[in-house]
Write a new protein. Structure first.
Length: 94
């Protein structure tokens, strides 16, 4: 799993939560677009997606999604992290 960002254990915990359930029911979406990815992450996890950009990891086309946790009274407020999502399957890339 490639996770970058601000915050220590909480960033990894949020990224793991995204890994566990980006696609409801554990089914991957076929040929996921950047906009589908953005909407799914925002809707499912209540985060603000800051950017979705094309990249490759080990010759595998991915979306790099950078997101921010909204402001609150928790240590995770305004935390920024990134996850990689396979463009073809919609699954998170470990």
């Amino acid at each position: 799993m490639r996770v970058c960002g601000v915050g220590h254990g909480m960033g990894r915990a949020l990224a793991i939560a995204l890994l566990a359930g980006l696609v409801p029911g554990g089914h991957a979406l076929a040929q996921v677009t950047d906009q589908q990815t953005k909407r799914q992450v925002e809707k499912s996890y209540g985060v603000e997606v800051l950017s979705v950009r094309k990249d490759e990891i080990d010759e595998r086309p991915v979306w790099l999604v950078t997101f921010m946790v909204p402001g609150s009274n928790s240590n995770a407020a305004f935390m920024v992290s990134s996850v990689a999502i396979d463009q073809k399957t919609g699954e998170l890339v470990p």
